[in-house]
Design a protein around this ligand. Structure first.
Ligand code: 5GP
Ligand code: ZN
Length: 114
């Protein structure tokens, strides 16, 4: 998707502070962090949101989640606690239409979310 900003991060046409990368996914720091740790984790394959993930691609979701857990450990927020957010479609506030998990931590979270 040539007009997708996250695809451009994957292709390195836009620079990002990359935390982790493999053949299937990439994790990078959010440009507008909402917590001391705010990392975005995305599949390299473009899907607009969770709504478009087909059954035969479901493994990418567990792959990303378990990598988020490892990154939380590396960032020393695993035991304190962290939040993983997957905004999906309009009313969630999703702005970038390339599925992405937010990994947030390093401060006390509140509930319910805004
Ligand atoms: P959403 O609101 O779609 O769930 O989250 C999109 C996130 O992407 C926001 O937290 C925003 O700060 C982040 N973001 C948008 N554009 C860029 C960019 O060019 N680089 C990085 N690193 N993050 C971005
Ligand atoms: Zn994309």
């Amino acid at each position: 998707m040539e007009e997708c900003i996250f695809c451009k991060i994957i292709s390195k046409d836009i620079t990002a502070s990359i935390v982790y990368e493999d053949e299937r996914m990439i994790a990078f720091s959010d440009i507008n962090p909402q917590a001391p740790v705010h990392i975005l984790l995305i599949p390299k394959e473009h899907f607009p949101s969770l709504n478009e993930i087909p059954e035969d691609k479901k493994d990418i979701l567990s792959h990303i989640l378990l990598k988020a857990k490892e990154i939380a450990r590396e960032k020393e927020i695993a035991d304190r606690g962290y939040r993983i957010v997957l905004n999906t479609a309009r009313e969630s506030g999703q702005e970038v239409l390339h599925i992405h998990f937010h990994l947030l931590g390093g401060r006390q979270m509140s509930w319910p979310p805004g």
